[in-house]
Design a protein around this ligand. Structure first.
Ligand code: MN
Length: 217
């Protein structure tokens, strides 16, 4: 519901796409929407980025992986506006041929699995000047919530890292040759009622959906 309310708050109409196994249904769903929001969720199976699952990989939903990676690839290839959140950001990277850290517990130096309410922004992100994220927020750094144990390791072909945490963990990726393809590792849907840096992401997705050729920002 937090995603639904964030989309409504941005003035757009939310549609939930149920997990299906038939690719022709995926294509018909894509024909019926103007933009894609890839939500948070469990760990994508490491096989999608060429690795064996390590012990720390969480429970995998194979049909969801298959469908969402198809949707992500479609959005990247056909320049459909796409906002990836947490797992969704990771799927964008995977769709572009990138890779993940299967478990950041041993490398993190910042609390990415926050012990605080999910609408509380626990850590800072440092934003690449000139990036879409920078143009949208106007901020070189701001605070975000953090509810992840995996992270993007390489952003894939055409992908750029545009925000990191203080420990270097990747917090945002973009695809500059795409009019609007942004993935964020945090959860703006829990922040956007009170936090402009979060609300602006959904507003920009909506704007990109209504002007398919013009980048926003
Ligand atoms: Mn984080």
């Amino acid at each position: 519901m937090a995603y639904v309310q964030a989309v409504i708050q941005a003035g757009a109409v939310p549609f939930l796409l149920p997990i299906c196994t038939d690719p022709s249904l995926w294509r018909q769903m894509l024909a019926g929407i103007d933009a894609l929001l890839l939500s948070g969720g469990g760990d994508p199976d490491a096989v999608w980025y060429g690795q064996e699952a390590e012990p720390a990989q969480g429970y995998v939903q194979p049909a969801r992986d298959r469908m969402e990676i198809y949707l992500a690839r479609h959005a990247l290839r056909y320049k459909m506006p796409v906002l990836g959140i947490c797992r969704g950001a990771q799927l964008l990277a995977i769709a572009a041929g990138g890779t993940l850290w299967q478990d950041i517990k041993k490398v993190q130096r910042v609390q990415h699995d926050q012990r605080a309410p999910r609408m509380y922004a626990i850590h800072q992100v440092y934003v690449e000047p000139g990036s879409l994220l920078y143009r949208l927020t106007g901020k070189k750094r701001f605070r975000v919530n953090s509810l992840h144990h995996q992270a993007i390791r390489t952003p894939g072909a055409g992908g750029q890292v545009t925000a990191v945490a203080k420990d270097g963990i990747i917090e945002a990726v973009e695809f500059p040759r795409h009019p609007f393809a942004l993935g964020v590792q945090w959860h703006p849907e829990w922040l956007c009622r009170h936090d402009r840096n979060a609300a602006v992401l959904f507003a920009a997705l909506r704007q990109a959906a209504s002007s398919p050729t013009a980048p926003t920002g």
